[in-house]
Ligand binder design. Structure first.
Ligand code: UDP
Length: 587
């Protein structure tokens, strides 16, 4: 496709100081000496124009590529929407791998295992993250038919994946991220649960235990459950479910790992069950995928959808603006699929069939600050549901409109939508809530649906760069209350929170809460509210104070199940010296 010329009247983007560093380090194009030769404006035009150019393929398209390119440019440079990092890095560069999320199968043979290692390396190189289920691998010490020897088990192979990852930087910018999942009924489950007990062990992996409904029922009734050999499908032992759950909780209390995912629940929402079971998610857990599937994500900045009431009060969400952004973003993400070149033919085939996209939100805490609604309140939890229902309904309606122009996703007829005569849709899934680790830095907004970590803090970004950051809505509110001073900001940067600052107005202390001020249950309620209207899953960490007990973690894991979450991750303050990826820090 020929390159679209940059319009002469294209406005320069306004880039915040943090974004300047991140964009130059990771996103703007560099020559062989490492010198940046692409401006931020050129970057956003490269992405906007190359994604809009895909439009020309569709005869019945209702929009012109040149006009669309301008709309996409404005959408991104107003930071109302940003596509996932690989799209920003690679679109229009000839590299063309634009998706963040992949899941690869790991079969029970040396060939299959090393194919997966190789395929993961190729994906990491292109900027994507990979998830794997190790559940198909035969248990440690079981017999190997061809040699008469004994198998070394999922964990020993997982270490090989971890080592391989260590050596490959994603497009020279960041190291690959992985998710490793083992079903709770795998015979090696106890070893897997304890796999990250030493700090630094398997540090390129997030680990999650795949919990089944049968297992959760056994925990509830304090019963034993069966361990099944994956290679023979025979029961080879049993464990007490509560004891296993207890060890799981103990390890999560110690280090945050492993997390849990509810496999049966994920598969209940599998839109294309005829293509097989979903065994794993992507690295940060928000995107369950079939083996060899990939998904590109994008996030809407809800902080931009605030509407101040005409009287200066009665502020609301700007629903019309949100609708406009959702529709344009869905078109963008669907075009990304066409613009993407995947590293393996199997992936091209799977993505081509289901055309999953993952539109999500970021800047949620910023929106709540503007609305003066505390994150830890029923009002916020109810609003989350309303917002996400709106986003999903509009995303589906946009996907329907695309199906009318371009045809439904090829597997539509055999999908649950086809079966129920819903749709047709262009995409098997439309919504996912990503962590937005780097996107939120570029957009200058709060990340995903997380509360702010601190109202003001010093951020260490990559090597020696230090970035000082204060939340702009908090600063504005302080000014409005005549309480802003450089000395106060310094004080706040030391502790992050104003919870104990009695001299500040009560209203400010109620609204401007941070992750650590919030009772864990609110984290979970918020996750569940967003999950209710998200096709895929929600990236969320339940932050706990260092003093949190094992009983509290048990309770959170259990409630995550009761509330209908697809999984959960906890992090107890100070329980790990180095944190796993997705925080926006470099290697
Ligand atoms: N991801 C990755 N490496 C990283 C961070 C993220 O491969 O260092 C992938 C991973 O699949 C993750 C997804 O990108 O789940 C989305 O993460 P995030 O939203 O933080 O990425 P961003 O687009 O903000 O860079």
């Amino acid at each position: 496709m020929s390159k679209m010329k940059m319009p002469t009247n294209l406005p320069d983007p306004i880039i915040n100081e943090n974004a300047k560093i991140v964009l130059a380090r990771r996103y703007q194009k560099k020559d062989t000496e490492g010198t940046v030769y692409e401006t931020a404006k050129e970057l956003f035009w490269r992405v906007a124009s190359s994604i809009a150019a895909e439009e020309a393929k569709y005869d019945r398209s209702t929009v012109k590529p040149a006009a669309l390119a301008r709309d996409f440019y404005d959408l991104m440079t107003s930071y109302s929407f940003l596509p996932n990092s690989p799209t920003l890095m690679n679109a229009g560069t000839g590299l063309g791998q634009l998706a963040a999320c992949f899941v690869l199968p790991v079969g029970d043979s040396i060939e299959d295992i090393f194919d997966a290692v190789k395929h993961a390396a190729m994906i990491h190189k292109s900027g994507g993250g990979t998830g794997f289920s190790f559940s198909r691998l035969r248990a440690k010490d079981s017999v190997v038919g061809s040699t008469g020897g004994v198998a070394s088990g999922p964990l020993s192979f997982l270490r090989i994946f971890n080592c391989a990852t260590e050596q490959i930087k994603q497009g020279g910018t960041r190291r690959g991220a992985n998710m490793g999942i083992l079903r709770v009924d795998h015979p090696d489950i106890l070893e897997f649960i304890k796999a990250k007990e030493r700090d630094g062990e398997l540090n390129n992996f997030n680990l999650s235990i795949g919990l089944t409904e049968a297992f959760m029922r056994a925990v509830e009734k304090n019963e034993d459950y069966d361990l099944v050999a994956p290679n023979s499908a025979t029961v080879i032992g049993s464990l007490n479910a509560r004891e296993v759950f207890n060890i799981l909780v103990q390890k999560a209390w110690e280090s945050g790992d492993p997390g849990i995912v509810f496999l049966d629940r994920i598969n209940r929402d599998n839109p294309t069950p005829t293509q097989g079971d979903i065994e794993s998610t992507n690295p940060c857990g928000e995107q369950p995928l079939l083996p060899y599937e990939a998904c590109n994500l994008g996030s809407i900045n809800l902080g931009n959808c605030y509407a101040r009431g005409h009287n200066g009060k009665d502020s609301e969400i700007d629903w019309d603006e949100l609708r406009r952004i959702v529709h344009l973003s869905v078109r963008f993400l669907d075009n990304v699929i066409d613009a993407s070149v995947y590293p393996l033919p199997q992936i091209t085939e799977m993505v081509g069939k289901n055309r999953k996209i993952g539109l999500g939100v970021m800047g949620w805490a910023d929106l709540l600050y503007q609305l003066r609604v505390p994150y830890n309140s029923q009002t916020a939890v109810d609003l989350a549901e309303r917002v996400m229902k709106f986003v999903r309904d509009e995303a589906r309606s946009a996907s329907k409109q695309l199906a009318a122009e371009r045809g439904p996703f090829p597997a539509y007829a055999e999908s649950v939508f086809g079966e129920a005569n819903l749709g047709p849709y262009r995409n098997a899934t439309t919504t996912t809530i990503a962590p937005t680790g780097t996107l939120s830095i570029i957009g200058g907004c709060s990340s995903g649906v997380e509360p702010l970590f601190a109202l003001s803090f010093v951020r260490n970004v990559m090597d020696n760069d230090k970035l000082v950051e204060s939340n702009p809505f908090f600063e504005a509110a302080l000014k409005e209350a005549d309480a802003h001073s450089p000395k106060l900001m310094e004080e706040i940067a030391k502790v992050g929170t104003i919870r104990k600052m009695d001299h500040l107005p009560e209203e400010l202390r109620r609204v401007f809460v941070t992750a650590m001020d919030i009772e864990p249950i609110w984290h979970l309620k918020m996750q569940a509210s967003f999950q209710k209207y998200t096709d895929n899953a929600v990236s969320k960490t339940v932050n706990l104070p260092n003093s949190a007990t094992k009983e509290e973690i048990w309770d959170i894991y259990w409630k995550a199940y009761e509330y209908g979450c697809k999984g959960v991750t906890v992090y107890r303050d100070g329980s790990k010296t180095s944190q796993v990826l997705c925080t926006g820090d470099g290697d």
